[in-house]
Design a protein around this ligand. Structure first.
Ligand code: NAP
Length: 306
């Protein structure tokens, strides 16, 4: 079934970048629709336990911050469409987005703000114990490890934030990181140092998840030796991969799959703009995603005015 209306812009993704674009689209009086994979979604921000660096909203949980963005967009009259975008085609300067359920939407422009997903380690036992002890979201699954031992794998902001969150629930939290130095901010590192129940396992590379029906431990290699850490839960936080498969052949991507675009969101595809974590940038934060959404609407406006 094809919807009849032609939109000025289809915003793909309802995280901070997409919702900010929606807010600016309403103010610019553009005919816009936000296509979201999950009903009432707010993107990966919902998985952050605490956001301390968004001006004016200090200490909000990521979930609450996402809900505020969404309510704001809804209050201004944003139209939402639930569906997983599967294909983008263009003809005569009109883009058509086809969704998994067979429906489609057409517009003069697209703002692509589909975000990223968590990278897997691709080691033995990872698939077997996924959702049986292995998780990718501390805020979602942390409560299962009350008074138990849990590990976080990674050394970036996500890993350290996850470890801090878990340290208030679990008996003991181990951070397994492949180097000596952390990539995470100094502020997070300082908080981790102050936690008596967080232990660091450095220069350590996980090689296998082990268990019976449920996860019981992680084998890792450290200084040429293989060791076993007994834990009930493991949270993988080793970076993200952009959701850009459907842009292959449409817009230029860098070697890691990010859409090549500057602050204005302009990509190699005329009329298709990229916002948020999916685009090439040096700082992936809620505030830069929200800023991208605003900038992209300005680019859309200019593009439509010719
Ligand atoms: P990230 O910064 O890319 O860090 C990934 C971590 O995983 C790195 O420490 C990396 O080690 C490690 N790693 C990667 N591949 C690995 C592998 N195969 N085996 C073992 N370790 C591996 O990812 P992130 O922490 O998810 O952060 C992504 C972006 O979101 C960043 O820009 C971050 O600043 C932002 N973010 C911000 C906040 C906040 O401000 N509150 C919270 C969360 C995320 P190496 O260091 O050795 O490369």
């Amino acid at each position: 079934m094809k919807t009849e209306s032609l939109y000025d812009v289809i915003i793909i993704g309802s995280g901070p970048a997409g919702l900010s674009a929606a807010i600016y689209a309403q103010r610019a009086q553009l005919k816009a629709v936000v296509a979201e994979k999950e009903y009432m979604g707010t993107g990966q921000i919902a998985e952050s336990s605490r956001v301390d660096n968004y001006p004016g909203l200090f200490g909000e949980s990521g979930y609450d911050l996402g809900e505020k963005f969404r309510t704001h967009a809804e209050e201004l009259g944003t139209e939402f469409f639930e569906g997983e975008a599967e294909k983008i085609t263009s003809s005569d300067n009109i883009y058509t987005v086809s969704f998994a359920d067979g429906k489609s939407l057409s517009a003069k422009t697209i703002i692509y703000a589909a975000g990223t997903y968590r990278r897997r380690l691709n080691i033995r036992g990872e698939q077997e114990f996924s959702a049986r002890g292995i998780s990718y979201c501390a805020v979602c699954d942390g409560a299962f490890y009350k008074d138990k031992r849990a590990a976080v794998i990674g050394g970036g902001d996500t890993a350290l934030s996850d470890a801090l969150y878990l340290s208030d629930i679990a008996e003991r939290v181990y951070i397994i990181h492949r180097r000596e130095e952390f990539r995470a901010s100094e502020a997070l590192q300082e908080k981790v140092r102050q936690k008596h129940n967080i232990e660091l396992i450095l220069n350590a590379v996980p090689v296998e998840f082990v268990g019976d029906k449920l996860l019981t431990g992680i084998k890792y290699s450290q200084n040429g030796e293989e060791k076993l850490l007994h834990v009930s839960g493991s949270f993988t936080a080793v970076g993200s991969i952009p959701n850009t498969d459907i842009l292959q052949g449409i817009a230029d991507l860098d070697k890691n799959g990010y859409v090549i675009a500057g602050e204005d969101g302009v990509t190699s595809a005329k009329g298709l703009f990229a916002a948020g974590d999916v685009r090439t940038k040096s700082l992936r934060q809620v505030i830069t995603a929200a800023s991208d959404g605003a900038n992209c609407i300005e680019s859309v406006r200019r593009y439509l005015c010719g």
